[in-house]
Design a protein around this ligand. Sequence first.
Ligand code: MG
Length: 386
Amino acid sequence: MDHTKKHIAILGSTGSIGTQALEVIEAHPGSFQVEVLTAQNNADLLIEQAKKFNPNAVVIGNEDAYLKVKDALLPLNIKVFAGENALESVVQMDTIDLVLTALVGYSGLKPTLKAIGAGKSIALANKETLVVAGELVTQLAKSKGVNIFPVDSEHSAIFQCLAGEFHNPIEKIILTASGGPFRGMKREELIKVTKAQALKHPNWTMGAKVTIDSASLMNKGLEVIEAKWLFGLQTEQVEVVVHPQSIVHSLIQFEDGSIKAQLGLPDMRLPIQFAMSYPARLKSDFPRFDFTNFPALTFEKPDMETFRNLALAFDALARGGNMPCVLNAANEVAVAEFLKDRIGFLEMSDVVERCLAKMNYVASPTLEDYVSTDKETRIKAKDLIN
Ligand code: MG
C-alpha cells in the first residue's frame, strides 16, 4: 500500500458529489488513490468509473445489477459486492483512510456509523446523517477520535474560517442561503410552481433531492441542524441570511464581535477537495472569483412564513430528541412524492408539519429508536398523502 496517498472510499460515486470528487482525484493522482466506489443503481457508470480508477472493491446497492458489474470487472481483479450490508462492511476495510459519504438521505446513516466505528476519517456530504442522529454520530466520532470534515459548502466555509481559531469560542455562525428559484414569491404563487421550475437552481448544480430541498428552504433547515452538531452549537447560535449571489459561503462571529467569511464562486469541487486534502490546500484550476463581476453582494432576511420548512427545522431542533429524525423522514417522503407529481410544492411543508405534530417524542433516542422513528414517520407521511 502506498502511504504517500490518501486512500479514499466514495459512497455514492455516480451522483453529483461522487462524480465531482472523482474529477478532483483525477486532477491530483499523486495525492489520492480510489479504494472503494459504490452506487445504488447506476451500474453502467460504476463500471466505467471502476475501469478508470481501478479501486480495490466496488459495491452495487441494487442486487439485480450484481452479475452485470461482476462480469464487467472480472478481468480487472476488482472485488464486487452487492446490497446494503455490503456497504456497511466494505467501509471498514483496512486499506481505507477516508470515507466520502455522498449517499442521498437517511441511507447514509448506518454506513457512516460503521466507518466511524472502524476509525475512518469522514468527508461528510450526506447532511441527513447528522440531521437524523447528530448526537449519536458526533459522540461516536469523539470517542473514536475520528474527524468529520464537512463537504457541504456552508459548513466547509465555517470550517475554513475556524482554521487557527479552534480554541476561540464561537458567538454565532451565519449560514448563507441563495433563496432558491422561488425567492420573493408568496404562497399564492408557490401553489402553482412545477417540479421542472423547482429543479432549476439559480447558482448550484446538484442532485434532485437537494435541489428540491433548496427551493423549499428545507435544505437550509437541514444545514442548521447539521451545523449545530458539526460545530457543537446551541440552536440560538445559528442564524440564516439569504444571499442570492452564493459568493459568501457562510460566516462566523467570534466573541470579540469580529466576523470571518469564506468566499468563492459556487463550485462544489472546492469544498470536496478541501475535505479530502485537509489540512493542505491543493493547487486547482477551478475558475477564480472576480469582485468586478459581482459589484453587489446582497443580504436579506429569510421569509420563514412563506417557506415554512426553515421554521419547522428550527422547531424540530429546539425540541430535540427524535424530532429532527421525524422532520427528515417526512421530508424525504414529501420530496419523493413531489417529484412524482403526487403533491404540490406547499404540501411538502404540510406533510412535515403534521408528522412533527403526530409522532411520539423520544428524548434520548438509541440507534434502534432512530430506525423505528424513521420507518414509522415514512408510513405516517404516506398515509397523510394518500
Ligand atoms: Mg449546502
